[in-house]
Design a protein around this ligand. Structure first.
Ligand code: AMP
Ligand code: ZN
Ligand code: FE
Ligand code: FE
Length: 285
């Protein structure tokens, strides 16, 4: 079984539509793929309608959180997308991305970059708008060669010259909300130190005590030493270990299924979840 539990579509900052994503996942030989767009579930319907036979969809989201001033991402799986408390928090975070992206455009203009909100809005379409869309505008303008090159102190990295914070949820509150909606939580790329400060292990231990289910260990942003350390931490804290691509289509170099989750861990995630069931493909549209 080939299982990839972290991907993005055009519902947030990926470049495949949800339909393209599930077709590409099947073509990549995956048996299970999770759709985890940033702070939104709006890609689900299209992904389910297009889901090829033999591929199972795990519905999810990647929730933007912050603890002690450090931004972090919490993957949430198989929660009830209609549960009102979690839905309200997701909408709050997603909607606050718009004034925040406009603010980053204004900062870039003040730095002399001729980017406009209209350009960023066109790139984002109806997806949850984020820094990768602003970064794509910078690539289009020839300011930086690639999306990754926009994530520096000069531009959009955490604390960078054109960076702006957005509303982000306290992770303990997010874990409580996801559990309340029947979902399972996995701390995404906890050792991705190139993106900025990371969350200390003591705080991860507190999250484990508060009901965090797992941590993402096999991820392109973790070097081998970081993976070993995180695997040890997961064993100490009794957390599940996942691995996933964090696929963003052409906005990142990683391919679907490049990192994967053990079938036993996947089984445990599905056993713990009560908010939604994995969706088996029926052939698609
Ligand atoms: P935002 O949620 O708008 O703050 O943007 C976060 C997104 O930026 C995440 O999906 C990351 O995948 C992406 N990102 C963060 N750092 C980098 C980087 N160094 N290169 C490419 N994408 C990045
Ligand atoms: Zn993203
Ligand atoms: Fe992330
Ligand atoms: Fe992600």
């Amino acid at each position: 079984m080939r299982i990839d539990l972290h991907t993005h579509s055009t519902a947030s900052d990926g470049t495949d539509t949800p339909a393209e994503l599930v077709r590409n996942a099947a073509a990549a030989g995956l048996d299970v793929v999770a759709l985890t767009d940033h702070d939104t579930t709006r890609g689900y319907a299209e992904a389910i309608a297009a889901l090829p036979e033999g591929l199972t969809l795990v519905t999810g989201a990647e929730l933007s959180c912050r603890i002690d001033g450090v931004s972090m991402h919490l993957l949430a799986y198989l929660f009830d997308p209609e549960e009102p408390e979690l839905l309200a928090e997701r909408e709050l975070v997603r909607d606050d991305r718009v004034p925040r992206a406009r603010g980053m455009v204004a900062k870039l203009q003040a730095l002399g970059v001729p980017v406009t909100w209209e350009q960023v809005a066109r790139i984002a379409g109806d997806g949850s708008v984020g820094r990768p869309h602003v970064a794509t505008a910078l690539v289009e303008l020839g300011v930086v060669p690639t999306v990754s090159d926009a994530f520096t102190e000069d531009w959009l990295a955490d604390g960078g010259q054109a960076y702006m914070e957005k509303h982000e949820t306290d992770p303990f509150e997010a874990i409580r909300l996801v559990k309340g909606a029947g979902g399972v939580t996995v701390f995404a790329h906890p050792g991705a130190d190139k993106r900025g400060r990371t969350v200390p292990e003591a705080a991860i231990a507190k999250m484990a005590a508060a009901g965090l289910d797992g941590i993402e260990v096999d991820h392109m942003d973790h070097d081998p030493e970081t993976r070993d350390r995180l695997r040890g931490l997961a064993a100490d804290l009794g957390l599940l270990v996942t691995g996933s691509s964090d696929y963003h289509g052409s906005r990142k170099t990683v391919t679907l299924g490049e990192f994967r989750t053990d079938p036993e861990v996947y089984g445990e995630i599905t056993r713990r979840a009560t908010g939604a069931f994995p969706v088996p493909g029926t052939g698609g549209a």
